[in-house]
Design a binder for this molecule. Structure first.
Ligand code: GLP
Length: 243
């Protein structure tokens, strides 16, 4: 786990965009794992800008979203999903082929079958080449909450109160509207990625970043379970990693 500290969140976003562009250039059919959340908004903006500036070709890139709320409601304009979020901030803004985009379907009738389908789809694509990750205030990654097992595959997760609160911004700031369950790639799925770039910005991420990088490796801090990954970079700004 290498930690790279940047003077600002903007500098970090530019460096990440450059890293992603180089990865796509080196492997045009790269398989990406993609997070939602507030942190990636600036990152996706930089990735889109750099892609346009370089005329980067995304037509063979394949993408897998990391997680999704379980929501029985039919899709409508008011419903919020990570799928919609990632489309708005990245997928619709580059020349990705719709058939190369996949996500865990939180509205599937049979959620267990959907988790198994998603694992098979990732495997059929050859596995994740480059996984972009955020981190939750309690150290969660994807929706793998404290207590998650290191070898978990894609599964149905029960969200903690703090995670539902952290996602309330997607539901009119009303945590009671945040679904109680989600589908998420498991820690085992995430750890299988050939390269992981975890990004954290802002002072509210200082505690989970410290716990992940310096604390014990424990299921109580799910991100710490990634320690020992052979190719993992943690990109942080100064507020999230004061030294
Ligand atoms: C959410 C998502 C994660 C995300 C994390 C941090 O609950 N499931 O994928 O990385 O929380 O989000 P943010 O960047 O908004 O702090």
């Amino acid at each position: 786990m290498t930690v790279e500290t940047f003077a600002s969140a903007d500098a970090l976003a530019l460096a990440l965009a450059d890293r992603v562009a180089r990865a796509i250039t080196a492997k045009p059919d790269i398989v990406l794992g993609l997070p939602a959340g507030r942190t990636p908004i600036a990152l996706y903006r930089a990735i889109v800008a750099s892609s346009h500036a370089r005329h980067l070709d995304w037509s063979r890139v394949r993408t897998f979203n990391i997680d999704e709320f379980v929501s029985p409601a039919p899709p409508d304009e008011s419903s919020q999903t990570f799928e919609r979020f990632i489309h708005e901030h990245l997928l619709d803004l580059v020349n990705l082929e719709p058939s190369n985009i996949d996500r865990p379907n939180g509205r599937a009738f049979d959620l267990e079958a959907e988790c198994a389908r998603y694992e098979r789809a990732i495997a059929r694509a050859g596995g994740l080449d480059l996984l972009l990750l955020g981190i939750g205030a309690n150290g969660h990654i994807g929706f793998n909450e404290p207590g998650s097992a290191p070898h978990d595959r894609t599964h149905i997760a029960t969200l903690t109160g703090s995670t539902r609160q952290a996602n309330a911004y997607l539901f009119g700031n009303d945590a009671s509207l945040v679904p109680r369950r989600a589908l998420t790639m498991g820690i085992g799925t995430l750890r299988d990625a050939r390269e992981i770039v975890l990004v954290a910005t802002g002072v509210e991420k200082a505690a989970p970043v410290a716990a992940m990088t310096q604390g014990p490796v424990t299921p109580q801090v799910p991100a710490s379970l990634l320690r020992g990954h052979p190719r993992m970079i943690v990109m942080v700004d100064r507020p999230s990693h004061p030294t």
